[in-house]
Design a protein around this ligand. Structure first.
Ligand SMILES: Nc1ncnc2c1ncn2[C@@H]1O[C@H](COP(=O)(O)OP(=O)(O)OP(=O)(O)O)[C@@H](O)[C@H]1O
Length: 268
């Protein structure tokens, strides 16, 4: 089943990302089948599903870093495989689940790497405008005071925020985020999700984040894609996240509790 309940964005009527009959599989095991999906500017999608459901695989395929088993992916109406890597880097960016650093680098130099798609010469990293963009990204994530530190010495949560600052510095229209809150403590998770929502609502970015926290998704995302076994549900969060769908996807009981912050879902 592939239930579509999309709402128009206030930013663009046409989809930034469109998939048609998208199929993803690994070693003959189908993960996603016949996914018809549209993501527009101003939308913040959370992708939810059990471990191994295919969330990371989907992000990698949409990013153009892995091949689908079938179907079509278009960005701004153009087939993904017809877009040059340079052009692609200006349209979409990926925050990976894990950051692996193998040598020392300052935080500011690491974040400046995000400017690479926008530079046309070997002066990369020396431009004052680039530094301003990188420092603003660090400030947005409350990391500006760490600009001169070595990335090898950061905590997991700090390193994840530096990676997001690098993505903000890259400034793509579509941000693909693989578990962006996985290393954040509870207050930092709230700050992060609120910030991501702001990117969609106020800057017109399109965001797709894989997420294990149903309640963070329910509270901050505008849309959800729920990946089940051979079926998925998609649409506005309020239409997709409900006890029946969650029980079907996760295979355990859920209770919906109304709070002043909205509905929360408790696993039983
Ligand atoms: N390169 C690969 N080769 C073979 N199988 C793979 C490969 N990458 C992922 N898989 C398998 O595909 C399935 C989906 O993996 P994926 O990482 O996309 O799931 P996920 O939903 O992101 O999981 P999690 O919630 O645990 O992060 C898993 O069973 C995984 O073992």
């Amino acid at each position: 089943m592939n239930t579509v309940i999309n709402s128009a964005s206030k930013f663009h009527q046409t989809a930034l990302l469109r998939t048609g009959q998208l199929r993803i599989q690994h070693a003959q095991r189908p993960l996603i089948e016949a996914l018809n999906w549209e993501v527009s500017a101003g939308q913040f999608w959370c992708v939810l599903g059990r471990n191994g459901a295919g969330k990371t695989s989907l992000l990698n395929v949409v990013a153009g870093l892995a091949q689908p088993a079938g179907g079509r992916i278009h960005l701004h109406g153009k087939a993904l495989d017809a877009i040059t890597p340079h052009e692609l880097a200006r349209v979409r960016g990926l925050l990976q689940q894990h950051q692996i650093d193998t040598f020392s680098s300052s935080v500011i130099d690491t974040v400046l790497a995000g400017r690479f798609p926008w530079r046309d010469s070997s002066s990369w990293g020396n431009n004052e405008q680039d530094r301003r963009v990188a420092l603003a990204a660090l400030a947005a994530l409350n990391m500006q005071q760490h600009a001169q530190r070595d990335v090898l010495h950061l905590s997991g949560g700090e390193r994840q925020r530096v990676a997001l600052a690098t993505l903000l510095t890259q400034a793509p229209e579509l941000l693909l985020l693989d578990e962006p809150t996985s290393h954040q403590d509870i207050p930092a998770q709230m700050t992060m999700m609120r910030f991501l929502r702001t990117l969609a609502e106020q800057q017109g970015k399109a965001l797709i984040a894989s997420c294990h926290d149903i309640n963070l998704a329910a509270r901050f995302a505008t849309h959800a894609l729920l990946l089940g076994e051979g079926e998925c549900w998609q649409g506005r969060v309020a239409d997709v996240l409900n006890v029946a769908n969650l029980e079907r996807v996760f295979g355990s009981g859920f209770e919906r509790v109304e709070t002043v912050q909205g509905a929360v879902y408790l696993a039983r």
